[in-house]
Design a protein. Structure first.
Lengths: 338, 505, 353
């Protein structure tokens, strides 16, 4: 019984990675004059999407169990608003606030996870309620935009640059500019590595895959399905809160409309990265590439300059649609083989 | 305590609300024995297994494992005590590696508490080698055939120090080759001293691998036999409820030869992959054809292929001489067919709708979405059939799920009668309903035939078929193997035909 | 006790009960404010048109009521919800205003194309959106909410694109009329009434209702009984797309502009909430359109009341989210089982005492 090395699932991931390089290289070709070939361009994609990477890592875990969490965008808005208002109005110190936000994330995830795992309510409905709750709460906390200016630690974190000793370019004034990343990128990459290891090497991680593969089997094999699901949703909201802090470090402000539609970006990144909507297949490395594809699309639209920003949304949606249909077709082929 | 007895169940009684599922059933299993548990639908096989594994809580009786009395709280508890079950549907995770499927929930850990994949793979490979399975344990389970998946499931069960292994219809979806592999594995395990309970519908397989047979019927124990003492025909007799010795031939009323009547259905080479091999079948006007065979022999599948419930992949079908293509049930209905499915709950009733809505469903489907049947007509039809079939209900607006099984069946029957079909397929119409209703339905079948309708009648009870059918077609292992004419129809001949192969007599 | 139980089991109990509750809150609020106790129900004629909080609820609730029709059918047939409705409403605005104003124009006071072309063009596009959703759900077996997620994101973006990322104003009286008044009655009320009447007639005079419910309750059995389940599911999504278009029509004319960023914002939530509040299970199967309609107006009454209480439109979702969670928790099977156990325990305790 010989099987080809590449299963349909790996194929999805391969398509994604190839797609990313094709898109990026195409961008380098077309928009070279706008700095697309510079190393910093790639670093900027990472910097702009650091928060999204954290969120997508959590989303990937949730989707691996066969669920979904659409509350993430609103939760980020709420996090940013709490940070901004906390620093500017309540005058809390930023480390305490950041800790506070992580706790809120865990509690938020617990409530959602409890409804989904123990009360057996559809994840979509629960997290949609979560979406509206968090978005509304943002407005309840403060109706207008609050910029963060007064906290030194937070500002320092935001401005902190980590420069690479190589890959620099000479700018018009003849000065060598080295590419740099922000601290948020480090955080995001740590999250990706941690989740990758967690999914691969811990009991919890393997249980997530088992539940997504076949929930009934997982139960019969003696896994605590409900508890695992609850923990997964808590993890998702926790990572979203980390993402929220990264997001806030980028924008240095809280507004009621912040991160609208971010859930869509996270879901599409995960799907494009090879995570099956039905659960059980996918990994966080694929999701990272999914985010990079999303980021590249935005960068391309921006580099064009003439296209309005909604083009990025449309292209992402088309990609998502394409990958969803691809998944569905693969699933049908698999079924007919049996 | 008898020597070598691993498991003993004594006087098990199990009652669901309104139904006695098991009555005073005993079961004995020796070390290193493969024992078949046999019985037709509703005999209580799965209930007995569920009592043993702790899924069902039985009211009376005792279970002894190695001489010690045990009570299992759930399947996990049973497993911890050494009673494992492998089901027909592979209960593993297709997206995980073979090794993980073997060890999930009890993975070997490293010092820092993470899963030790190396150790896990090593152990898994050793286990596979021990059981003589050629499997790369690092590959995903879904890359292997169903038979291997089944065997991996068994390996998982065995590795958890099982004393008793329950195989619940593991062979239903396997081909002959795969079955043989599975048997080799079962014999290996037997040699290692594992006791196996083998639930199956395939007689061949019982005689190929088992040492003993326990037969249940209608929730009671018929007997525990050694394989040598129970030839096939006797086994069929035991399962179907007639003692071999007093098989008094019940002479059916002579209905005359219908083969001169015009042909209604003419099927040639029709098949559906995996369920029914190509078959030919002719049905004439006013004829009742019985499909007989054990469960899983293809008796339902044959009918479903004609009706389009499972789309036929090969062959041609002529209805009243015209060649037709049936892609889905509505096509068959437009040709005047109807199907009463055997799984009433999953495929028959629309639980949350009323009796009226359930009855008019099929005529409504035929009329199309735009032509709503006027309420007055709906009520008229409903009342007519409630009256005609004596459906016992509070009102015609009662939800069908609130009715008893027999009355639900009558409603589904009414649904089809209302379409005035020329050809009606009744798949186990009398299963799980009381004697009175049973007789009514049998009478109705004869009456319909006398009105010139053609019917396919499928039942597990031979006597019932003898009373109603003009002709019988016999199925075995997914193929039609023969027909029995009315003059040759008696308990004995039918059972012989079902059992097939004379070698065990 | 038993009569109370019977009452709570009636199908329309939940929506009517919540409606009365909202009205009561209004009465209490009015008393607290020193207004006339029944201020909520007072209808007067001001400036030649009907005026009053009740009229306001009926008027503003039109879009939700129209959406609730489509959403009810989708929930019933596919046990999932169409979350693209709000986005599709905004897409209608983009298409319609672009046709009427001509591409690139931001502020016009005369039509570039006849009004009817604009409206029909918009409705055609939203119906196609419904078709797209339906194909994904019915024929590719994609979970409804994931399938509709695509248009949820893309619909609004395409709308923006058609309007060149700007708010397109169409200042023509005949266009505004759909969102304004006909005689003394607000036109949206009339539009909603017509939609509801048509839906009711279709359900009464065709077998659509039976088809949808049957497919929603038991797909397999429906197939054996001769229904084409996939086609029925597709049809409900097409209807839902059309309803989104009609709701978009009202919303667009109301502000006589294509404010694509805000039209239909969070409307999917309101539509789903009205279905749930109408006593329909989000798990599909039996439906009750009257319940959903009452549910829709109840939602609007809640919103109006919240505004009256000084809650801003950005904050209102908090309360709605809480209501949604309460309703689905009450409907959840484990919760019901738990409650049953609890009441049984209590009864036992009583007996023991």
């Amino acid at each position: 019984m010989k099987k080809s090395k590449i299963s349909s699932n790996n194929l999805l991931l391969l398509i994604t990675i190839v797609l990313f390089f094709v898109m990026y290289l195409a961008g380098c070709g077309v928009y070279a004059s706008k700095g697309f070939t510079k190393a910093q361009n790639f670093m900027n994609i990472l910097i702009n999407n650091a928060g999204l990477i954290c969120v997508t890592a959590g989303m990937t875990c949730v989707m691996l169990t066969g669920g979904i969490d659409i509350s993430v965008g609103s939760l980020i808005a709420m996090d940013c608003m709490i940070l901004a208002v906390g620093i500017e109005r309540w005058h809390w110190s930023s480390p305490v606030l950041m800790l506070f936000i992580l706790v809120i994330g865990i509690v938020f995830g617990f409530v959602q996870g409890f409804c989904i795992a123990y009360l057996d309510i559809q994840p979509f409905i629960v997290t949609m309620a979560g979406l509206f709750f968090a978005r509304g709460m943002t407005a309840v906390i403060c109706k207008e935009q609050v910029s963060i200016v007064s906290d030194k630690i937070f500002t320092a974190l935001s401005n902190f640059k980590i420069q690479f000793p190589f890959g620099g370019t000479i700018n018009k004034k003849g000065v060598l500019v080295l590419p740099y990343i922000r601290i948020t990128v480090i955080v995001a990459l740590i999250v990706v590595v941690a989740i990758y290891l967690m999914l691969k090497y811990t009991k919890f991680g393997r249980s997530i895959y088992a539940i997504g593969g076949n929930q009934q089997s997982a139960t019969l094999m003696g896994l605590d399905v409900k508890k695992t699901k609850l923990k997964t949703y808590m993890l998702s909201s926790f990572l979203t809160s980390i993402g929220g802090i990264c997001f806030c470090l980028n924008t240095m402000a809280g507004t009621t409309t912040q991160a609208t539609g971010l859930e869509m970006d996270a879901i599409s990144s995960a799907v494009i990265g090879g995570t099956l909507l039905t659960g059980g297949v996918g990994n966080v490395i694929g999701s990272l590439f999914g985010v990079l594809i999303n980021g590249t699309i935005s960068a391309l639209v921006k580099a064009n300059g003439k296209l309005i920003s909604s083009w990025a949304n449309i292209v992402t949606a088309i990609l998502l649609c394409f990958f969803i249909i691809l998944q569905s077709i693969f699933a049908k082929i698999k079924e007919s083989k049996k | 305590m008898e020597a070598g007895v691993v498991l003993k169940m004594k006087g098990i009684c199990m009652e669901f609300p309104g139904v006695k599922a098991l009555e005073d059933v005993d079961f004995t299993l020796k070390k290193g024995e493969i024992r078949a548990l046999m019985g037709e639908n509703g005999a209580g096989k799965s209930t007995l297994i569920k009592c043993l594994t702790g899924v069902n809580k039985f009211q009376k009786g005792e279970i002894f494992l190695d001489g010690k009395q045990i009570i299992n709280k759930d399947t996990m508890d049973a497993q911890n005590k050494g009673i494992s079950t492998v089901y027909q549907e592979v209960n593993l995770c297709p997206n995980l590696s073979v090794a993980e499927n073997l060890y999930i929930g009890r993975e070997p850990l490293t010092k820092i508490g993470t899963v030790n994949r190396k150790e896990m793979n090593k152990r898994a490979a050793a286990l596979m080698k021990e059981l003589d399975l050629d499997v790369d344990v690092t590959r995903n389970l879904e890359e292997y055939s169903l038979a291997l998946q089944q065997m991996i499931a068994i390996a998982r069960a065995v590795d958890m120090d099982s004393k008793v292994l329950i195989l619940d219809e593991p062979t239903s979806s396997l081909d002959d080759n795969e079955v043989e592999k599975l048997f080799t594995m079962m014999r290996n395990l037997k040699a290692k001293g594992v006791a196996i309970i083998f639930v199956t519908h395939f007689l061949e397989q019982v005689y190929a691998v088992c040492d003993g047979i326990t037969v249940l019927r209608n929730g009671t124990l018929v007997g525990e036999y050694e394989i040598a003492d129970l030839p096939r025909v006797k086994l069929v007799a035991a399962m179907m409820g007639k003692d071999f010795d007093d098989l008094a031939a019940i002479k059916p009323e002579n209905t005359g030869d219908k083969r001169k009547e015009p042909m209604v259905i003419e099927a040639k080479g029709i098949s559906h992959a995996g369920t029914i091999k190509p078959f030919d079948l002719e049905i004439h006007k006013g004829e009742v054809i019985g499909l007989t065979g054990l469960l899983g022999s293809g008796r339902s599948e044959l009918a479903r292929a004609i009706y389009g419930a499972d789309r036929a992949q090969t062959g041609t079908l002529k209805v009243k001489g015209q060649e037709v293509k049936i892609k889905q049930p509505i096509d068959a209905m437009k040709l005047g067919m109807g199907l009463l499915p055997d799984d009433r709950k999953a495929e028959g009733i629309i639980g949350d709708l009323s009796i009226r809505e359930n009855i008019i469903l099929a005529i409504q489907a035929k009329a199309g979405i735009m032509k709503r049947i006027p309420m007055a007509k709906q009520i008229e039809i409903t009342d007519k059939y409630i009256d005609l079939l004596q459906i016992k209900c509070a009102s015609r607006e009662t939800l069908i799920k609130q009715l008893s099984g027999g009355n639900q069946q009558k409603v589904i029957l009414a649904r089809w009668l209302a379409t005035n079909p020329d050809f009606l397929i009744l798949d186990e119409p009398t299963r799980g309903i009381d004697i009175g209703t049973k007789t009514e339905i049998q009478k109705l079948v004869r009456q319909l035939a006398d009105e010139g309708k053609s019917l396919i009648f499928i039942s597990s009870e031979i006597e019932e078929m003898l009373r109603t059918c003009n002709r019988m077609a016999v199925l075995r292992d997914g193929a039609k193997v023969g027909e029995i004419d009315e003059c040759d129809m008696n308990q004995m001949s039918v059972m012989k035909a079902i059992a097939g192969g004379e070698k065990n007599e | 006790m038993s009569s109370l139980k019977k009452l709570t089991q009636k199908r329309l109990f939940l929506p009517i009960f919540s409606m009365i509750l909202v009205m009561l809150i209004n009465v209490i609020y009015d008393i607290a404010c020193g207004n006339m106790p029944l201020q909520f129900f007072v209808i007067t004629i001001k400036n030649g048109v009907l005026y009053g909080r009740l009229i306001d609820v009926l008027n503003r609730g039109s879009e939700i009521a129209i959406l609730a029709i489509g959403m009810t059918l989708v929930v019933s047939s596919s046990a999932g919800t169409d979350i693209s409705v709000g986005s599709v409403m905004s897409l209608y605005a983009g298409v319609c205003c672009m046709i009427l104003a001509g591409y690139g124009n931001v502020n016009v006071s005369s039509y570039a194309h006849p009004l009817l072309v604009g409206i029909l063009g918009g409705l055609a596009v939203t119906t196609i959106c419904g078709l797209f959703n339906g194909l994904l759900v019915a024929y590719l077996n994609i979970q409804p909410m994931v399938a509709t997620l695509i248009l949820w994101s893309a619909g609004r973006a395409i709308g923006l694109l058609l309007c060149n990322s700007q708010i397109v104003y169409v200042r023509v009286p005949s266009f505004q009329k759909i969102g304004a008044y006909t005689g003394i009655i607000p036109t949206p009320i009339i539009v909603a009434a017509i939609c509801i009447a048509i839906a009711a007639c279709v359900l009464k005079f065709t077998a659509l209702g039976t088809y949808i419910q049957s497919v929603g309750i038991n797909k397999k059995a429906s197939r054996i009984a001769g229904f084409n389940s996939a086609k029925i599911i597709l049809l409900t999504y097409i209807i839902c797309g059309l309803c989104s278009g009609l709701a978009g029509m009202v919303a667009t004319s109301r502000i006589y502009s294509a404010d694509t960023n805000n039209i239909g914002l969070n409307m999917e939530m309101d539509a789903i909430l009205s279905v749930a509040l109408g006593g329909n299970s989000l798990g599909g199967g039996k439906f009750n359109l009257a319940g959903s309609i009452i549910g829709a107006y109840t939602i609007q009454a809640i919103t109006t009341t919240l505004y009256a209480l000084g809650v801003s439109s950005a904050q209102a979702p908090v309360f709605k989210a809480i209501v949604v969670i309460l309703i689905v928790v009450i409907q959840a099977e484990p919760f019901k089982v738990y409650m049953k156990k609890l009441t049984a325990k209590r009864a036992q305790a009583k007996e023991a005492a």
